[in-house]
Design a protein around this ligand. Structure first.
Ligand code: F6R
Length: 247
C-alpha cells in the first residue's frame, strides 16, 4: 500500500512512532527489537524524532539491535562520509543503545574476507529472529540499499559496484564524483524481503519519477525497487511531491 502525507515531517513522526511501539511491545515481553536501518537524507527526521522520544519521553533502546543496510567499500568508519559516522551523528550518539547491538557492514575488510563476513551478517539477523521493521529510501536508479539495477530478487548481503548515477548523487558529500567509492557492501533484495515489515520512504519532487516506476512500473531487475510490489509487508510512505506522478 501507498500512504501519502502532506509533508515529510508528519510522515517521519508516524514512522518513528511505529518503530517506538515495536520497541515498547518487545520490551513488555522481555524481547529484543531488531531494526533494519538506512542512511542518506530520507530517514534523518525519523531518527530525529526517535532521539526526541528518547530524551523527552524516556523511550529506551536498551533492548534494540540494529542492522544497517549498507556501507561504502572501502570505507574507514571514522571518515566523515562513512555510514558509521552518519548513524552515530544522527542517532546512536544520542540514545542508550548498547554499542555491541549496532551492526553496520564493515568497509575495512580485506576483499577475501568479504564473503564469509556477509554470510555471518545474514546469519546474525536470522539468529535474532529476523528484522522486525526495515527502513528504506530509494535511489534515483531505483536501488534499495545499494541493490543497483541488475540485482536479483533473491540476492543476499554482498559486495556490489555502484551505479554511475548513484556516485554522481553522492559526489557532493565526497567533494567530487571521482572521490566516491566505486563499490559498497549491501544487504540483498532477498535479505530485505525477509523483514517482517518494510517501509520505503521518499520525499521531494526529485524522487517522483522513480517512485512512479517503483510503485506502478513493470517488475524488473532494471528497477530493483519494483520487486517490493511482490511483498505483502511493504508500505510506500510518500510526501505529496514524491507521490505527484502516481496515477
Ligand atoms: C542508504 C541506502 C540508499 C538510500 C538512497 C536514497 O543506506 O540504502 O538506498 O536510501 O540512495 O538516498 P537519499 O535518502 O539520500 O535520497
Amino acid at each position: 500500500p501507498v500512504k501519502v502525507y502532506a509533508n515529510q515531517n508528519e510522515a517521519s513522526v508516524d514512522v518513528a512512532n511505529r518503530i517506538a511501539s515495536i520497541i515498547k511491545k518487545k520490551q513488555e515481553n522481555g524481547e529484543t527489537a531488531v531494526l533494519g536501518l538506512a542512511t542518506g537524507a530520507t530517514p534523518v527526521k525519523v531518527y530525529k524524532e526517535l532521539v526526541r522520544l528518547h530524551t523527552e519521553e524516556g523511550l529506551s533502546f536498551k533492548n534494540v539491535v540494529t542492522f544497517n543496510l549498507d556501507e561504502y567499500y572501502p570505507m574507514k568508519p571514522d571518515a566523515p562520509q562513512s555510514y558509521v559516522t552518519f548513524m552515530n551523528k544522527n542517532l546512536f550518539d544520542h540514545i542508550d543503545i548498547p554499542e555491541e547491538n549496532i551492526n553496520i557492514p564493515d568497509g575495512t575488510l580485506p576483499e577475501e574476507g568479504i564473503h564469509a563476513y556477509c554470510e555471518a551478517y545474514e546469519q546474525k539477523i536470522s539468529n535474532l529472529g529476523g528484522i522486525d521493521i526495515q527502513l528504506l529510501g530509494i535511489g534515483r536508479t531505483g536501488h534499495i540499499g545499494f541493490n543497483e539495477p541488475g540485482s536479483a530478487p533473491n540476492s543476499g548481503t554482498r559486495l556490489v559496484v555502484l551505479d554511475d548515477l548513484t556516485r554522481r548523487d553522492a559526489s557532493r558529500d565526497f567533494g567530487g564524483k571521482e572521490n566516491v567509492p566505486t563499490k559498497a557492501l549491501t544487504m540483498g533484495v532477498g535479505t530485505i524481503f525477509k523483514a517482517k515489515e518494510i517501509v520505503l520512504m521518499a520525499w521531494n519532487e526529485k524522487k517522483a519519477e522513480i517512485v512512479k516506476k517503483a510503485v506502478e512500473g513493470e517488475i524488473s531487475s532494471d528497477i530493483p525497487a519494483t520487486y517490493l510490489q511482490l511483498s505483502d509487508s511493504v508500505e510506500f510512505i510518500l510526501d505529496t511531491d514524491a507521490a505527484s506522478q502516481l496515477t
